[in-house]
Design a protein around this ligand. Structure first.
Ligand code: AHM
Ligand code: MG
Length: 337
């Protein structure tokens, strides 16, 4: 059997990518790995332990929280609270940021935004769900941390990643030097390097969009969906439609095999559904680091100004050539208006 490299070994090895690294980012990534294992344990036996179903509360988006959303949120926050590195977190499940005011964390250089359990509607039906995270350095560590510290563009991210709780559990992350994937080996309880230096194919055969909303989409998006369904052997069309309803799972598949994922604006939600800070930006960072693209349809996701913590943003993300084509149709339909 060839030697395995665990997540922690890999993190320590890669610390040298950053000449002035103090090990703080590495410590955060290790804490996230631990939180992921704890969440995984509950997700895995969810049907047996009375953690399925609604928690009886709503989150900031007015969406019903599931018991596992609440559990994952708590685990993630607690895993980070007593390190020295993070001084505040923003979560999809909390309206306001949570400031860690213990002596250790107060001086932390980093802040983290996350969606503890993405794809909530799939929890009860044993379909893949995920955790997404995005780490920023604070711009001014002399001042008391506030929500404003999170109002940074995605291009300022220092690290981002996701955990997918699927047929196996994987953690995929980037620190801006490529993308690496680790599979949890349940027999030893460790994430082990299984997908080094992931590259997304420039083209794919899969498009992922909630086609039920077709009539609510902008004309350019409708045109792109029609394009995906046309027959053309030179571009491998028609493409296959694959839509799980868990962004992490849909994007993970497209990252490995090639494809495009779109959550556009709709007539009901003019900014789409997904949140810029802890869904679109981290995924954009990962996909760009793997050689793909992420756009609002008009500009790069990671160039969008963030002015509200839970701001939504339309997204076209995945294989570079597919995203370019979709954005080209989208932009030309706007010009025709
Ligand atoms: P959530 O954070 O409440 O789980 O919502 C995000 C999820 C994404 O994972 C997924 O891509 C999208 O919502 C699906 O939405 P829809 O059912 O509108 O297609
Ligand atoms: Mg989500």
């Amino acid at each position: 059997m060839s030697a395995v490299k665990t997540l922690n070994e890999f993190i320590i090895e890669r610390q040298h990518d950053f000449p002035y690294a103090t090990g703080e980012l590495s410590a955060i990534l290790r804490d996230i790995g631990l939180a992921a294992k704890v969440i995984n344990r509950e997700v895995n036996k969810a049907g047996l332990t009375n953690v399925l179903g609604a928690a009886g509360s709503d989150n900031v988006q007015g969406e019903q929280q599931q018991k596992l959303d609440v559990y994952a949120n708590h685990q993630f926050i607690e895993a980070l609270r007593y390190g020295h590195e993070i001084c505040a977190v923003a979560s999809e499940e909390n309206e306001e940021i949570i400031i860690f005011d213990n002596e250790n964390s107060k001086k932390g250089k980093y802040i983290i935004a996350f969606d503890p359990l993405d794809g909530s509607s799939n929890i009860d039906v044993n379909v893949s769900i995920g955790t997404i995270f995005s780490i920023y350095r604070r711009e001014n560590i002399q001042e008391q941390v506030s929500e404003k510290d999170f109002y940074q563009k995605g291009k300022n991210q220092v690290a981002a990643g996701y955990v997918i709780y699927g047929s196996s559990t994987m953690l995929v992350y980037t620190t801006g030097k490529g993308v690496n994937g680790f599979t949890l080996d349940p027999s030893i309880g460790e994430f082990c390097l299984s997908h080094p230096d992931i590259k997304i194919p420039a083209n794919g055969k899969t498009f992922s969009i909630n086609e039920g909303n077709y009539k609510l989409y902008p004309k350019g998006v409708q045109e792109y969906i029609n394009y995906c369904k046309e027959e053309d052997s030179s571009t491998n069309r028609p493409y296959s439609a694959r839509y799980i309803g868990s962004m992490v799972a849909d994007l993970h598949r497209n990252l490995i095999k090639g494809g495009i994922f779109i959550y556009p604006a709709t007539t009901k939600s003019p900014n789409g559904k997904l949140r810029l800070l802890y869904e679109c930006n981290p995924m954009a960072f990962i996909v760009e680091q793997a050689g793909g693209k992420a756009s609002t349809g008009e500009i790069n996701i990671m160039d969008v100004e963030l002015t509200e913590l839970h701001q939504r943003c339309p997204i076209f993300i995945g294989s570079a050539e597919m995203v370019e084509k979709a954005c080209e149709l989208f932009k030309s339909s706007i010009l025709q208006l």
